[in-house]
Design a protein around this ligand. Structure first.
Ligand code: SF4
Length: 55
């Protein structure tokens, strides 16, 4: 169900450099501007995928 720690970090590094990465107004949690997911959660789920196929 969960991705490995290495895979999670690999994904988050890609998101960190992505122009679609944004933050929630109040909590400043990092979210994907394409799908609206919270990146820390999305990157942790093994079967999740980037909507523009970056990971
Ligand atoms: S999931 Fe994909 S589109 Fe969204 S912020 Fe990460 S790399 Fe960008």
């Amino acid at each position: 169900m969960f991705a490995s720690a290495e895979e999670r970090e690999r994904r988050l590094a890609i998101c960190q450099a992505c122009p679609h990465r944004t933050e929630m107004a109040v909590t400043h949690a990092a979210i994907c501007g394409r799908c609206g997911c919270v990146l820390a959660m999305k990157a942790s789920l093994q079967r999740a995928s980037c909507p523009i196929n970056q990971w």
